[in-house]
Design a protein around this ligand. Sequence first.
Ligand SMILES: [Mn+2]
Length: 441
Amino acid sequence: MRKPSEHLSLFSDRRKRLADKMSGSALIVAAHPEMIRNHDVHHSYRQDTNLYYLTGFEEPESILLFRPGMTPESIMFVRKKNRERETWDGFRFGPEGTEQEFKIDKVYPIEEFEKVATESLKGVESLYYRFYKNPSVDAKVQNILEGLSRSQGRTGYGLLSVHDADELLGELRVVKTDGDLKNLRRACEISAEAHIEVMRATKPGINERELHGLFIYETAKRGSAREGYGGIFAGGNNATTLHYVFNDQNLKSGDLFLVDAGAESNYFTGDITRTYPVNGKFTDDQAEVYEGVLKIQKKLIDHVKPGVLFQEFHDMGAALLTDLMLELGLLSGRKEDIIKANEHRKYYPHGIGHFLGMDVHDAGLYFKKNVKEPRPIEEGMVFTIEPGIYIPADDNSVAKNYRGIGIRIEDNILVTAKGSENMTFKAPKEIADLEKVIGSN
Ligand SMILES: [Mn+2]
């Protein structure tokens, strides 16, 4: 039985903050459908982030209907109690249990969604709902909209207008509250500690998969329910594949090892990347590239403070990494021309970072809506800073000694009133510190 693992006021406070932003409107947020893994086995289930954010409720086949200022204000639809199904699949709260345990004003069986929602949406000015996440709920919402329109008779009124719920909630989630930060800090701490354990166990001959397993074990031991995304455990040239997912090769002495992994704490996740030598000692060439990337990462982090445009970090990252590529002789020509022609993207094809929170690539607008102007960062925002350079082993245009080197260094940065806080400071990244830890168990 999974009661909300956090104090319920966290969720009701979020609904309160949301209410201020949507007066006169209603909001519907639904659980994701369960996904078949094979035959009669499902993928492990994780609640839709927004539904969890507003309720703390983790069962599939559940929907929140929120009507600020009306009574009842929070309405949910959940699976009925079912002794036989619960024997097979586990406990269900049922409507009554959900009302009591989650402090929701009124809870109905999921089967009554269409009927009750059609009644409950009469008189609201507009509806926030995100289509295309759960097709069966989409169909029901369409029926509801049609039913509402029919109930208006010959008034000439059109359909209830629908706005994107995820965009509204994204803007709420992009600035973290103290309650959010408590969870995110813990997720970052757990993730950093597990990275250290992986470093300690790294040695030539060990399989990438074993170390992935160790990461998951070490985070589970610290109370994490799951990874925030599929971890990347990439030895040698595998690191030059950005989203390397196989994690099944043996690590070789002389290679670098790139680990991009993070774990959740109460639905918030860390997102850390570290790169270090399998045998515990950087070669001169590896150290040269590594120090170059590390210096850039620190420079970018030092630049973080409220008011700076998010876009500035992308531009600065591209410029600094292009300088490094020129220094290493990976590219030649004028920096400005290279960037204009996007030639630097050959060795640095991704962005400098992204918002982080309950989703690893978290919600929130990077540009001001409609005007498409870059957005200044604000106190309470959290994002990653993750410069990298990836030189494929078969790239004959660069000096042999750099081929097969893929390096990324990623930390999770909170914008504070005057600057920033590195939430993942616990994971070592200085060469001397790494060399002390690698293979030390
Ligand atoms: Mn990332």
